[in-house]
Design a binder for this molecule. Structure first.
Ligand SMILES: NC(=O)c1ccc[n+]([C@@H]2O[C@H](COP(=O)([O-])OP(=O)(O)OC[C@H]3O[C@@H](n4cnc5c(N)ncnc54)[C@H](OP(=O)(O)O)[C@@H]3O)[C@@H](O)[C@H]2O)c1
Length: 220
């Protein structure tokens, strides 16, 4: 029987690449907030009832590719914006992961973080959510030897939505010129790294972060 993978956040360019890579090997269920996928869900609804309808416990793989980055700091964000950001970037993912860990002994859960969880961001709420996600992945003990929980944290992805929507193009060009690779990461390149964890049994790599930043934090 073919294994199943649930991908949350299917409009993201990374998810689109991942779906293409997985298509031949796995049955893919796309969960989307924007009618881009097979099943609709809203990460703003963190109720247990929402999880019951949006989490298929027969999947072996779960990819949480959710993110909400605002072009402004915490002082300029409304209470509603801050709460939305915390739900999408953190609480929905953590609650869904808790739900899966308790009920699916084979689950391999891959969560997308960001270099911002380590270095900060102009959007303080996004930074705090990604930093908390990182702490959660490091510390959440799994319930079965077959389970896996990994955080994949990319730096800037040139052709993904969050970068394409940025207005500070000059700043981005400057960051790119200073990068050791002289280029940004690509969605397909990042999706391939995640996919390698799906087609290979790397389950001893768990409760840790795979940093995909091209060496930009090397200090000497
Ligand atoms: N782009 C970068 O340079 C970069 C750098 C570091 C980390 N990342 C991380 O990589 C991931 C993808 O980034 P991206 O650039 O591809 O972003 P994106 O195109 O903006 O995609 C974000 C995803 O979040 C989902 N989402 C937002 N609000 C939601 C809600 N209320 N309910 C359910 N889903 C919701 C969207 O789902 P649907 O539209 O499908 O519903 C969308 O697929 C994020 O975790 C981001 O933090 C990106």
């Amino acid at each position: 029987m073919r294994k199943k993978i649930a991908i949350y956040g299917s409009s993201s360019a990374i998810s689109c690449e991942l779906v293409k890579l997985c298509g031949g090997e796995l049955d893919v269920i796309n969960y989307s907030h924007s009618n881009h996928g097979d099943k609709w869900f809203d990460a703003l609804d963190v109720s247990i009832e929402s999880l019951v309808t949006s989490v298929d416990l027969t999947c072996e793989f779960y990819v949480f590719n959710l993110g909400l980055l605002r072009p402004k700091g915490i002082l300029d964000q409304t209470t509603e914006e801050i709460n939305e950001s915390l739900s999408v970037n953190l609480i929905y993912i953590v609650k869904a992961t808790e739900y899966i860990i308790e009920r699916n002994s084979k689950a391999k859960i891959f969560v997308f973080g960001s270099e911002s969880g380590k270095k900060g961001s102009f959007d303080t709420v996004y930074f705090l959510a990604k930093a908390a996600l990182r702490a959660y992945v490091f510390e959440r003990k799994l319930k079965s030897p077959d389970q896996q929980l990994v955080l994949f944290s990319p730096s800037t992805i040139e052709d993904a939505g969050m970068t394409l929507r940025r207005k500070d193009k000059g700043n981005l060009e400057y960051i790119k010129s200073m990068h050791p690779k002289n280029r940004f990461l690509k969605s397909l390149e990042f999706a391939r790294i995640v996919y390698s964890f799906i087609v290979n049994d790397f389950s001893y790599i768990t409760n840790t972060e795979i940093e995909v930043n091209g060496g930009k934090f090397a200090r000497m």
